[in-house]
Design a protein around this ligand. Structure first.
Ligand SMILES: [Fe+2]
Ligand SMILES: [Fe+2]
Length: 255
């Protein structure tokens, strides 16, 4: 497992924020038929991507003190900024097609409530990694479900960002996991899988119309999520003792 330092991630996010991949001079072109299938989900994800992230930042600050990594909160701050960019871009698109930005969604409210009480970095990391994995499938399905060039560009930009987000979070999950004893690892491994799979099911039921419009059946979606679970929190990842030294940071003593 390759582990990058928080300084690396801070530089990565700062550099990525300067790259503009969406050409806003393109006019949106979305048909009524497309809109009927994707608009509700688009509005819900737009709301989900606009969180202030203060609870995550609070957890990151607390955690960074425990592991003595002063740079980590800065990396998390830039990560949150990138999520907000997704929310802003989707919001700008909704404005262009004269669709309202919603203020409330049951899935978002549920996730916000969980976030509100969470000050634990491990819970944050598994929650974020799960949502990011579903996001990758969601934005690919959205891209496949529309012919609108502008919306496709917005999705491509998000998909590029999300791939790095997953690497960022996967490394953190690995660092946290590797500090556990044998029994805690065993419990955590199954807890991560349970959380990931159950959240995957909630996402499917909330957005199945869009997934189907993007040519994804339930089983195709579910198998993709299972594959992603193996890549972020599978045995071969979490129990990989061969960390690459090139950009290795000192593993924290306490979590
Ligand atoms: Fe995002
Ligand atoms: Fe993300």
């Amino acid at each position: 497992m390759k582990i990058h330092s928080s300084t690396y991630w801070t530089r990565y996010f700062a550099g990525n924020s300067k790259i503009k991949r969406v050409d806003w001079t393109i006019s949106p072109q979305i048909s009524g038929e497309e809109s009927a299938k994707i608009l509700k989900s688009l509005q819900a994800w737009q709301l989900g991507e606009t969180s202030e992230g203060e609870h995550l930042l609070h957890a990151a600050k607390k955690y960074s003190k425990a592991i003595n990594d002063a740079e980590y909160p800065e990396a998390v701050k830039l990560f949150i900024k990138e999520e907000q960019k997704h929310g802003n871009n989707l919001g700008r698109y909704l404005d262009l097609i004269d669709a309202p930005r919603i203020k409330k969604d049951w899935g978002d409210s549920l996730f916000r409530r969980i976030r509100y009480f969470n000050t634990n970095m491990e819970l944050w990391t598994i929650a974020v990694i799960t949502v990011e994995s579903a996001a990758q499938i969601f934005y690919q399905a959205l891209k496949d479900a529309t012919k609108c060039k502008l919306l496709k560009q917005i999705c491509t930009d998000i998909l590029i960002d999300e791939a790095a987000h997953i690497t960022f979070q996967r490394e953190r999950l690995y660092i946290i996991f590797s500090q556990k004893n044998f029994f805690s690892k065993w419990v955590a491994y199954y807890a991560y899988s349970c959380f990931f799979i159950s959240t995957s099911l909630v996402v499917w039921f909330a957005h199945k119309t869009l997934f189907k419009a993007g040519r994804l059946s339930f089983w195709r979606y579910f198998n993709k999520m299972k594959f992603k679970l193996g890549k972020v929190a599978g045995r071969s990842i979490l129990y990989d003792f061969h960390t690459e030294k090139a950009e290795l940071i000192a593993l924290p003593k306490t979590v």
